[in-house]
Design a protein around this ligand. Structure first.
Ligand code: ATP
Ligand code: MG
Length: 713
């Protein structure tokens, strides 16, 4: 493949900087659309491999950027690199994240349409790194807002804070985001960033109380213990050694070689100041962090009636102070359950197991609500300060979506169910925005063509989210029958309600052959990206996410400024049953889809090259899976099946009219007729192009390249 072939953008803009590309840049094809054997997955992966070997981690599928995590610093994100990609057309320079960044920004500026960059991929594939590089690009290259550049710092500094509280070391990634994130950056009419807004999704709060072997709790705990000043730790009643805290020892890996908690602590402390935290607020926040550690060390012993009693007085004392609650109330709440029956309050003592459950539930609630509070607090700091100024009214928005990819583990539970549902929704959106709109454009332009077959995953989204009949509805129904329903009755109800569905299998619903591979407490979903078997154990509990009433009451009485915002008395009203976790998640996803739909989409598809987190290793099996999960082959097929390039007649004529004596220097008739004359003169064959209502469609890139070449002569 000659390089010239990829020197044109799908917008047909000419290459002017060919010299900017070295021989190394040209390894393989820079756009999969140009692969001779475009239906072959092997050819696709071979192209990725060849480029990866040369540290060329970026390749396009038309406008979609595919990125392979290099696991090494390639020195390709400097200010110089940013400059190289500014204002040039997509294909003038080697594929790069900054090319996407710049294209998106220019579309935002010139078309004044909101944009959204959707970054997907599995854990460790490089989504968060990409998001950070994009933000950095905008912070460094966009003009400064009229009212100073503080908002740029805040946009950048919100990151280390969110990462400290929402990221953790997992087996897959030393800095794994344990929440989904959508961030809007608002630009004024001059293209300066003036504000931002963050939405967060489903923090993995179970991590607060339990970590698998080789994994850690959220970074902030270790940062505080490692970096916190003596005096601060003394006030919080903390010891420096993470081994002292039961919530930090489960994974047995407090120290991670790639992480420097001490220096990260400094970064976070500074960032908190930038995002408008006062010293008092920092102290309040850290008090909550410390209280979670103390909670984890609360021990119970059984009295003669097998009722749990708190035995760790010192921890209780610190907790009382840090959470600003009454000691006796907290003690009682940790060891009793309040039940309201026939208008009367009854206190029922908890046994050891129940008390431990209540304690952990409180720790999870305190931490996750603090995280939500933190996001809101950051949002207040990012809110455009010049809301009154006229420029506010003409803001445009650029969204960055960094959200968990499809997950298939040995053991899949409620969390994977939610995450994979989220991926189904995003795939559905991708289909709507890309595949469908592509076909619709041909229809609107009156162009005859063979529709490309693609799998529409709406059927799976419906299976999960449909009212009454969907999995979430059935699960919620079972959650309404406390005491009677169990995870297994949920499964039975699911079987009875859904019966036969091409995308759902259970032990009962499967045929002889498949049945063997399914346990009795499992269901299998045939996702667009592959099959996943979920164990129903814990589904009800996780979906209900109950916090005993008296723990809630205790927290509502807290005088801690943060806790009093996190726990609201209205929750105590019997009339208001809180939405279940799955339903809340579903609603937030529907909202996200609406937000994304209203924007022009751009896609970055991230791939993780190996499980060892090492540079230079290209694990083909692993990569093949991801190519499948990310739907890349289908994406390419649709892209190739249609017309690679399309341009409005006016624009096409304007650009190429010099190539034909009849259209040069001006064409008096309709642009469409001018283009017809022009392409006839250029010798386009009938199968190479089609004339639509407003645009010319060119099937193969090479046709346009030849025309471009003619321009240069
Ligand atoms: P998760 O879903 O677990 O949050 P992720 O997709 O956000 O995963 P990142 O945290 O962005 O993954 O990347 C994991 C690690 O890979 C980074 O900490 C970094 O070491 C490395 N990495 C990712 N992208 C790049 C890159 N472009 N250049 C160099 N190293 C990278
Ligand atoms: Mg991440």
């Amino acid at each position: 493949m000659r390089y010239r072939a990829s020197a044109l953008g799908s917008d047909g803009v000419r290459v002017t900087m060919e010299s900017a590309l070295t021989a190394r840049d040209r390894v393989g094809v820079q756009d999969f659309v140009l692969l001779e054997n475009f239906t072959s997955e092997a050819a696709f992966i071979e192209n990725l491999r060849r480029r990866f070997r040369e540290n060329l981690i970026y390749t396009y599928i038309g406008p979609v950027l595919v990125s392979v995590n290099p696991y090494r610093d390639l020195q390709i994100y400097s200010r110089q690199h940013m400059e190289r990609y500014r204002g040039v057309s997509f294909y003038e320079v080697p594929p790069h994240l900054f090319a996407v960044a710049d294209t998106v920004y220019r579309a935002l500026r010139t078309e004044r349409r909101d944009q959204a960059v959707m970054i997907s991929g599995e854990s460790g594939a490089g989504k968060t790194e990409a998001t950070k590089r994009l933000l950095q690009f905008y912070a460094e290259t966009c003009p400064a807002p009229e009212l100073g550049g503080a908002v740029r710092d805040r946009l950048l500094q919100s990151n280390p804070v969110l990462e400290a509280f929402g990221n953790a070391k997992t087996l897959r990634n030393d800095n794994s985001s344990r929440f989904g994130k959508y961030m809007d950056v608002q630009f004024d009419f001059k293209g300066a960033p003036v504000g931002g807004h963050i939405l967060s999704y489903l923090l993995e709060k179970s991590r607060v109380v339990h970590q698998n072997h080789g994994e850690r709790n959220f970074h902030i705990f270790y940062q505080l213990l490692e970096g916190g000043e003596e005096e601060l730790l003394r006030r919080l009643g903390l010891e420096r050694n993470p081994q002292s805290y039961l919530y930090l020892v489960k994974g047995q890996c407090a120290k991670v070689s790639s992480i420097n908690d001490k220096s990260d602590w400094k970064v976070v402390r500074k960032a908190l100041t930038v995002i408008d935290f006062t010293e008092d607020e920092v102290e309040d926040l850290l008090s909550i962090v410390a209280s979670v550690l103390h909670l984890g060390n609360i021990h119970f012993a059984a009295d003669e009636d097998s009722n749990a009693q708190v035995t760790t007085e010192n921890q209780l004392k610190y907790l009382t102070r840090l959470l600003s609650v009454e000691g006796s109330t907290l003690r009682e709440a940790l060891t009793h359950r309040k039940i309201i029956a026939k208008g009367e309050e009854l206190l029922s003592p908890l046994n050891l197991e129940q008390a431990a459950y209540a304690r952990d539930a409180l720790a999870k609630a305190v931490y996750s609500r603090t995280f939500t509070w933190l996001v809101e607090k950051i949002n207040r700091s990012l809110a455009s300060k010049d809301a009154e100024s006229p420029s506010w009214r003409s803001t445009t928005v650029l969204g960055l979506l960094d959200i968990y990819g499809f997950e298939v583990f040995q053991h899949n539970s409620f969390e994977q169910f939610c995450i994979n549902y989220c991926n189904e929704k995003l795939q559905q959106l991708f289909i709507e925005l890309t595949l469908k709109s592509e076909q619709e454009e041909y229809e609107a332009e009156g162009i005859a063509w063979e529709p490309v077959q693609y799998f529409n995953n709406k059927i799976i989204c419906d299976l999960v989210e449909e009212k009454f009949k969907g999995i979430i509805s059935i699960l919620d129904e079972e959650c309404l029958r406390p005491g009677e329903a169990t995870d297994l009755t949920f499964l039975e109800k699911l079987e009875d309600t859904v019966k036969h569905h091409p995308h759902l299998l259970t032990h009962k619903l499967a045929d002889q052959r498949t049945r063997k591979s399914l346990g009795r407490g499992e269901f299998r979903l045939l996702h667009y990206a592959g099959e996943v078997t979920y164990s129903v154990t814990g589904f009800l509990d996780k979906n209900n996410d109950l916090l005993f009433r008296n723990l809630k009451e205790t927290m509502c009485s807290s005088e801690s400024p943060i806790m009093s915002q996190c726990f609201d008395r209205s929750e105590l009203s019997d009339k208001k049953r809180p939405e279940t976790v799955a339903t809340q998640f579903k609603m937030s996803l529907l909202q996200l889809v609406e937000i994304l739909k209203s924007k022009e989409p751009a896609y970055v598809r991230c791939i993780k090259p190996n499980d060892a987190k090492q540079p230079g290793r290209f694990d083909e099996v692993l990569i093949r899976h991801q190519v499948k999960y990310l739907g890349l082959m289908e994406n390419l097929r649709v892209r190739r099946a249609g017309f690679a390039y399309r341009r409005k007649y006016e624009v096409f004529l304007q650009r190429y009219k010099s190539l034909c004596p009849e259209t040069w220097p001006t064409w008096a008739g309709r642009p469409q007729d001018g283009v017809a004359v022009l392409v006839r003169h250029l010798g386009y064959k009938p199968e190479e192009y089609k004339m639509g209502r407003t645009k010319i469609f060119i099937r193969f890139p090479k046709t346009l390249f030849a025309t471009e070449d003619a321009l240069e002569v």
